[in-house]
Design a protein around this ligand. Structure first.
Ligand code: AMP
Length: 221
């Protein structure tokens, strides 16, 4: 099974991916997490990616595609995978089709999360994440605070704000999303794989409701 999570920053891609990952017992692969891991380890890839990430811009397609292509050669993706945050440009989507075709695989569904813009900005600036790369639990200072300030409930590691989760960078990331990533939804609409769905507190439809609908959809497909 191949699932793609599409949507703006902080639309809930990672949270829905986590539920789907448990349900189908397949790994959720976040391109942003792989970049952040490389940055914290000081690798060459991390250094290159950091130049773009600190501005809230996209890392160039060739770097990102190579990174994902290499991840998709690992054993754990044999039965299936969820991509969270990739592809983010039409070029990346085309390259992904090519990579999957070489492996005789194809995309089962592209889950496109639609969340109102004002909720996205609010969620970005109030988001906090666990710094332990094997935990990465996500918190929100308003909706889901840690029990002890700055300490992860799950593993006890420090919880911080991501460098690119500030208001100024978030605005740039949303702009990048509209210009470069939104056309990816059109690309998948044309292939018939697109499953667009609202995730918003305004209609009380959050990660669990969305994930359950995707699970139903995939089971009946
Ligand atoms: P995320 O954790 O998905 O919000 O990604 C954080 C940052 O990583 C983005 O703002 C980009 O700078 C970079 N990034 C993640 N995925 C991609 C991608 N598919 N293409 C280009 N840059 C990416």
């Amino acid at each position: 099974m191949v699932i793609i999570m599409l949507g703006a920053p902080a639309s809930g891609k990672g949270s829905v991916a986590e539920i789907l990952s448990k349900e189908f017992n397949i790994p959720a692969i976040s391109s942003g997490d792989i970049f952040r891991k490389n940055i914290s380890e000081g690798t060459e890839l991390g250094k290159k990616a950091n130049e773009y990430m600190t501005k809230g811009s996209l890392v160039p397609d060739d770097i990102t595609v190579n990174m994902i292509a290499s991840r998709l050669t690992e054993d754990d993706v044999k039965t299936g995978l969820i991509l969270d945050g990739f592809p983010r440009t039409v070029k990346q989507a085309e390259e992904l089709d090519r990579i999957l075709a070489e492996k005789n695989r194809k995309i089962d569904v592209v889950v496109n999360l639609e969340t109102p813009e004002e909720e996205l900005l609010e969620r970005i600036v109030t988001r906090r994440v666990c710094t332990n790369s094997s935990c990465k639990e996500v918190y929100n200072v308003v909706m889901k605070p840690t029990k002890v300030e700055g300490v992860c409930d799950k593993c006890g590691s420090p919880v911080t704000q991501r460098d690119d989760d500030t208001l100024e960078k978030a605005k740039n990331r949303l702009e990048v999303y509209h210009t470069q990533t939104a056309p990816v939804a059109e690309y998948y609409k044309a292939t018939g794989a697109l499953y667009s769905t609202v995730l918003s507190k305004s209609v009380n439809r959050m990660k669990n409701e969305v994930a359950n609908d995707v699970i139903e959809y995939l089971k009946n497909k």
